[in-house]
Design a protein around this ligand. Structure first.
Ligand SMILES: Cc1ncc(COP(=O)(O)O)c(C=O)c1O
Length: 374
């Protein structure tokens, strides 16, 4: 066995979801006054509204867009949007990794729509300039399982006829998003904020609200998806009157993360941390001939879920590689996603400290050398 590096990452948390908690996190720091109380009591509603206000502020979300907390993590939020708004016009679904493919499955097999599916292999993007915007368009801003993201929102026309639906769960708080191009966006707290799973966040632009108020889908809608009452948007959802009971502990945890985000400079501070982490990891990759990026084009390479190919590695090699590092407490959860080509995936979102990414390099060498020697 080769010698182990002297120092380990102080926080070896590199999972792509749930992601590392904020560096200053500890459970004693959470406010607990809202726990053990009704979420409809004054304190509960205040905390939910405060969480919504913080998200708006840190995201820089314009007043044109509503933002609310819904059940079912990011999946719940995105499916709620699909189930309530699709079917009014044609649908184009873009898929370049596992989660985008999941929305295609929903559209085809569950909603029985016949979407125009534009696919690309892991590591690539479909041709965004060929999207037909007379359709509603589903896409994933940052493909968490391939490490490929859209470069920006330039490819979304201002005068689109259809609605844009962005699964932005591993993109928000890491990239600039031109909200004028977004009709629907969803995310959950468990990614860049290092929050908890369980709740989704739904963002609706004015055209999405118009769709909700003017169109009723032909399929049944479970209660947890219902956003409209008597033909009008249920505005309460966007003021902390959640559809059903939220976890106030998860809400308090999200508030903690958002307050941390504000302390480090808000969106700019978060982006700077993520950019620095991705740059530090890129240096590690550039310095090693046996590591490469799965995302071919730097302009569309993720700065959050960075996916790496390891020379000659199959799924078994990756399992052993990640297992060795986990056993040493040097890196947790860095094996790529189960549906992706065998490789490593290292989260570079804002809650990760750059010195921990830097400290990871020698450990990757150690795991590589150990497995090669075996
Ligand atoms: C792009 C994308 N969409 C959806 C999901 C599912 O998220 P959740 O488990 O929060 O529903 C994930 C989770 O990793 C994701 O990365």
């Amino acid at each position: 066995m080769t010698d182990k590096p002297a120092a380990k990452p102080a926080r070896p948390f590199f999972s792509s979801g749930p992601c590392a908690k904020a560096p200053t996190f500890s459970p004693e720091k959470l406010s607990l006054e809202s726990l053990g109380r009704s979420h409809r009591a004054k304190i509960g509603k205040q905390r939910l509204q405060y969480c919504i206000d913080l998200m708006r502020e840190v995201l820089g979300l314009p007043e044109t867009h509503r933002i609310g907390i819904v059940p079912g993590s990011d999946t719940g939020a995105f499916e709620m949007a699909m189930w309530t708004m699709l079917g009014a016009r044609g649908v184009t679904a873009l898929a370049w990794e596992s989660f985008g493919e999941g929305w295609v499955t929903d559209a085809v097999k569950q909603l029985k729509l016949e979407p125009n599916v534009m696919r690309a292999d892991y590591g690539q993007l479909p041709d965004l300039d060929k999207v037909d915007w007379s359709d509603d368009v589903l896409f994933t801003w940052n493909g968490t399982t391939s490490g490929v993201r859209v470069p920006d929102a330039e490819w979304i026309p201002a005068d689109r006829e259809g609605l844009s639906f962005a699964d932005a769960t591993s993109a928000v708080f890491a990239y600039d998003i031109d909200w004028s191009k977004i009709d629907v966006a969803t995310f959950s707290w468990q990614k860049v904020l290092g929050g908890e799973g369980g709740h989704g966040v739904l963002i609706l632009g004015p055209r999405a609200v118009e769709r909700l108020e003017s169109y009723t889908p032909s399929w049944p809608l479970p209660k947890v998806f219902r956003l409209v009452s008597k033909g009008k948007l249920a505005e309460g959802v966007f003021k902390g009157e959640t559809i059903n009971t939220p976890s106030m502990l998860a809400v308090e945890d999200a508030i903690f993360a958002l307050e941390w985000a504000k302390e480090i400079g808000g969106l700019e501070g978060l982006k700077a941390r993520s950019d620095a982490n991705a740059a530090a990891l890129d240096k590690i990759v550039q310095d090693r001939s046996w590591l490469s990026h799965l995302a071919a084009d730097e302009a569309t390479r993720s700065k959050t879920s960075v996916c790496l190919s390891v020379e000659g590695a199959d799924a078994d090699f990756i399992k052993q590689f990640a297992g060795l590092l986990e056993k040493e407490g040097a890196a947790y959860d860095i094996a790529g996603y189960r549906d992706a080509p065998p490789g490593l995936r290292i989260w570079c979102g804002a809650t990760v400290n750059v010195e921990d990414i830097e400290a990871l390099g020698p450990w990757l060498d150690w795991a590589w050398a150990s497995l090669k020697a075996a």
